[in-house]
Design a protein around this ligand. Structure first.
Ligand SMILES: [Fe+2]
Length: 436
């Protein structure tokens, strides 16, 4: 099956256009909900790690203008004078509040003006055109996923703001304990990456065959309760468990528990979107850096999985449970901000991979042992700043998406990456170990 047949499905180009229009409307509703706050909240910088929310809002519109209106639609720039302000490579996040950014009202007006024209382009474009930006609606997949990624970034900013009442919560299914906490994955060849998923990014391509020796991987992500045993065992005070750079980072920053955790007597509390609550023991731990995940794994007598091990454990499908889009049904995974937290371990037995590994998709991004590197035969598309400039031994790969990730912006081949010290993202991990 070609890329195009795969994405057009039975509905053909018209059905695909309808789906794209619906997804564009949904993601915009989401972005507007996260920025439905007073102007001070939107223009203020809540952390030097993050942009002001109003920057993210106008940036998603500017990105949509660059790629859909100018590249595909051939439309003249609407506001060429603001391009440089929203170029993510031009100014670091900490410098963005001092820029002459569009105010909240102006930003909303700008992005809605862009969106109107984007829908005109969608109406006219030929999705069977072999041009790689047009074929299968790639450019629309690009901007949709980009906006969802910024929505997740906005949630991280809202968490850092510690302001209550801005982020809705929801219900999640209960957890269940695992009879067998580890799953064995036998030695053998598997296919990593994809050639056929139409909206997959350049860094997920090409598909390639890879042999892995047998290994064990945790059935569930590491929970707060398990992580707490590491904390209580003095894990943060014992350099044996840490890489030297991680030890130095933790010492220098006084790190002794996950971000947003505090101890009061015998009880650990966390702040979640401005509210304090006891740390729930059966929920996957989040807001830990790669260094903390790596140290925990060593303390537990294990290691972090490589990204290849993580992907193989998914069983070679688009999602661990098969090809069915998780959509909004919520039967398979905790995605798309159905609640503002990870689901307890064991909450999604139907989402298990053929090997029986659970919660690979959703809940928390999972740190892996791998650096972000190109696959053999990598070809840059459509621009170097998406992936290529990040390859090397600077960023560690995260897999699987979090509770804040939308189903359109994650799949088993999807690769995320970040600095090993980052903790504001919704990241946790699971452990692995080699066969004896
Ligand atoms: Fe961006």
């Amino acid at each position: 099956m070609t890329d195009l047949d795969a994405v057009l499905g039975n509905a053909g180009p018209t059905g695909l256009k309808e789906r794209i229009a619906a997804e564009l409307a949904a993601v915009r509703e989401r972005s507007l909900a996260y920025t439905d706050a007073d102007d001070d909240m939107l223009v203020r910088q809540h952390s030097p790690l993050m942009s002001p929310l109003v920057w993210d809002l106008a940036h998603v519109g500017n990105y949509e203008e660059l790629w859909v209106l100018r590249e595909v639609g051939g439309i003249e720039p609407l506001r060429p004078e603001i391009d440089h302000l929203y170029d993510a490579f031009r100014y670091p996040r900490k410098d963005r509040p001092a820029l002459p950014l569009l105010g909240p009202a102006e930003a909303r007006k700008y992005i809605s003006g862009v969106r109107g024209r984007v829908l005109d382009v969608l109406d006219q474009v030929d999705l069977t055109d072999p041009d790689p930006l047009r074929s299968g609606g790639y450019v629309f997949g690009l901007v949709l996923q980009h906006e969802h990624q910024h929505d997740e970034t906005m949630l991280a900013t809202l968490q850092l703001s510690r302001r209550p009442g801005l982020v809705r919560d929801g219900e999640l299914p209960p957890g269940r304990p695992a009879a067998e906490p580890e799953v064995h994955i036998p030695a053998g060849v598997f296919t990593m990456g994809t050639d056929t998923l139409a909206w997959a990014y350049d860094n997920e391509r090409p598909a390639h065959r890879l042999y892995l020796p047998g290994y064990w991987i945790d059935r569930h992500p590491v929970t707060n309760g398990a992580y707490l045993r590491f904390v209580e065992d003095g894990g943060y005070r014992d350099p044996r468990w840490w890489l030297p750079q991680g030890w130095e980072w933790a010492e220098r920053n006084g790190v002794e528990a996950p971000l947003f955790w505090t101890r009061d007597g015998d009880t650990w509390w966390r702040v979640r979107f401005g509210r304090e609550e006891p740390v729930p023991p059966d929920e996957p731990v989040q807001h830990v850096s790669w260094y903390e995940a790596d140290a925990y794994a060593r303390w537990a007598g294990k290691r972090l999985p490589t990204e290849a091990e993580w992907e193989k454990a998914c069983g070679g499908r688009t999602y661990p449970w098969g090809e069915a889009d998780p959509g909004h049904l919520g039967r398979w995974a905790n995605l798309g901000h159905r609640a503002a937290r990870p689901a307890p371990a064991g909450a999604f037995p139907d989402g298990a991979s053929p090997y029986g590994v659970e919660q690979l998709i959703g809940d928390v991004w999972e740190w892996t042992d791998s650096w972000f590197q190109p696959y053999p035969g990598y070809r840059c598309f459509p621009y170097e700043e998406y992936s290529k400039v990040f390859f090397g031994e600077t960023y560690r790969v995260l897999r699987g998406g979090s509770w804040a990730t939308h189903s359109s912006a994650v799949r088993t081949t999807f690769r995320n990456w970040d600095y090993p010290i980052r903790r504001q993202i919704f990241a946790g991990f699971r452990c692995a170990r080699s066969e004896e």
